[in-house]
Design a binder for this molecule. Structure first.
Ligand code: UDP
Length: 341
C-alpha cells in the first residue's frame, strides 16, 4: 500500500511542487492549506500535471488544534511535510507577534496532533537564513547558526529546535529539517509557480514582473559588496530540484534509513551566483533586455552565502540537476503563462 504524506501549505509555491514530485514517486498526498497566501491556481495545476483529480484538499488553519487533530484522524498519515507558515521577512519585522504566533503555533499543533495520531515522521521546511552572515562559505550543516536577523528567521531557528527537542523526548519520532537556499523557477509545464502578492520581495519574481511590464525597473540592491562584481552572492536552487529533495528525505525516513532521529540537510547547488550574473543570464536565455538600475544596499542582506550540499548528495542520494539557465527560462515561461501569453 502506498504511504500517505500530508503536505501542509500544499497550495503554495514549494508545497505544490513537492506535491507533484511525491505523487510522481508513488505517494498518496493530502494537501492542506488555509489559502492565506495562495489560491487554487497551483492546486489545480498540480491536478493537471499529475492527471489526478482526486488529491484530497483540506482547507484549514494549522493554528486550530481541533482542526489539526481532525485532519490526522480523518486520514492515516505516515509522514508530514510542514510548509504552512508566513514568509515575508520585512513584514515579520513590522508584525513579530503575528509571525511568532502563526509559525510556532501551527508547527506545535502538527507535532502534537500528529503524535497523538501515531504519525512518526516530520519534515520541516527550514532556510539558509538560519546561518545569518556566515564567517566562511560555503556553509555545511555544521556551520554555526547565527542569531536571526528577523522574527521570520527566528521562527525557522525555533522550529528547528522544537523538532530536535521533540525527537529527543518522544521515542519513535523522527525529524528532518531541510535548509533551503534560494528556490527559484517553476515547473517545466508552466502550470505551477510562484504567486507573489503585491510587490515581490524576492529577486526572480521581481525580474520576471519587470520583464513582462508589471514593474518599471528592477533595483539591484548594492553594487559595492566585497564580491567579484560588487553584488551579493546566493545559491539559487531550481524549485523542481528542491522539490525532489523532499521525496528523497521522506523516503529515507519511511524506509528507516536515518542515521540519527533528527537530521539536517542543506538543499542547494553549491554554486554561488551574483545578482548581476543572474540578471545577465535571464536576459541571455530569454533573449530580452531587462530594465534595471543599481540602488543602495537592502538592510539585512548578507554579502554571500552558498551551500556545501555534500551531505544531501551523499546521504539522500540527491543532487541539483537543472542549470540556472533552464531555471530562469522556466520562471519566464510561468510569468508569461500568468499573463496569458
Ligand atoms: N535583490 C535585488 N533586488 C530585488 C530583490 C532582491 O537586488 O528587487 C537581491 C538581494 O539584495 C539579494 C538577492 O537579490 O542579494 C536575493 O534576494 P531574495 O530576496 O530573492 O532572497 P534572500 O537571499 O534575501 O533570501
Amino acid at each position: 500500500m502506498s504511504k500517505r504524506v500530508l503536505v501542509s501549505g500544499g497550495a503554495g509555491f514549494i508545497g505544490s511542487h513537492v506535491t507533484v514530485e511525491l505523487i510522481e514517486a508513488g505517494y498518496d498526498v493530502v494537501v492542506a492549506d488555509d489559502f492565506s497566501n495562495s489560491d487554487r491556481t497551483c492546486y489545480d495545476g498540480v491536478r493537471k500535471i499529475t492527471g489526478r483529480e482526486d488529491i484530497p484538499l483540506v482547507e484549514m488553519d494549522f493554528c486550530d488544534l481541533e482542526a489539526t487533530r481532525k485532519l490526522f484522524s480523518d486520514y492515516a498519515i505516515d509522514a508530514v511535510i510542514h510548509f504552512a507558515a508566513f514568509k515575508a521577512v520585512g513584514e515579520s519585522v513590522a508584525e513579530p507577534v503575528k509571525y511568532y504566533s502563526n509559525n510556532l503555533t501551527s508547527f506545535l499543533n502538527v507535532i502534537q496532533a500528529g503524535r497523538a495520531a501515531g504519525c512518526k515522521n516530520i519534515l520541516f521546511s527550514s532556510s539558509a537564513t538560519v546561518y545569518g552572515e556566515p564567517d566562511t562559505v560555503p556553509v555545511t550543516e555544521k556551520t554555526p547558526r547565527k542569531p536571526a536577523t528577523s522574527p521570520y528567521g527566528n521562527t525557522k531557528q525555533m522550529c528547528e529546535d522544537i523538532l530536535r527537542d521533540s525527537v529527543l523526548a518522544y521515542k519513535g519520532l523522527r525529524g528532518i529539517a531541510l535548509r533551503y537556499f534560494n528556490p527559484i523557477g517553476a515547473h517545466p509545464s508552466a502550470l505551477i509557480g510562484e504567486l507573489p502578492r503585491g510587490v515581490p520581495n524576492n529577486l526572480v519574481p521581481f525580474i520576471t514582473q519587470t520583464a513582462i511590464g508589471k514593474r518599471e525597473c528592477l533595483s539591484i540592491f548594492g553594487d559595492d559588496y566585497p564580491t567579484p562584481d560588487g553584488t551579493c552572492l546566493r545559491d539559487y536552487i531550481d524549485i523542481v530540484d528542491l522539490a525532489k529533495a523532499h521525496v528523497y528525505a521522506v523516503r529515507r525516513m519511511l524506509d528507516g534509513r536515518m542515521e540519527e532521529d533528527y537530521e539536517i540537510f542543506n538543499v542547494g547547488t553549491g554554486r554561488p551566483v551574483s545578482v548581476l550574473e543572474l540578471v545577465n543570464a535571464f536576459e541571455k536565455v530569454n533573449n530580452l533586455k531587462l530594465n534595471y538600475k543599481f540602488a543602495p544596499r537592502r538592510p539585512g542582506d548578507v554579502t554571500a552565502i552558498w551551500a556545501d550540499p555534500t551531505l544531501a548528495n551523499e546521504k539522500l542520494g540527491w543532487k541539483a540537476e537543472r542549470t540556472v539557465e533552464q531555471t530562469l527560462a522556466s520562471a519566464w515561461a510561468w510569468e508569461k503563462h500568468l499573463a496569458g501569453k
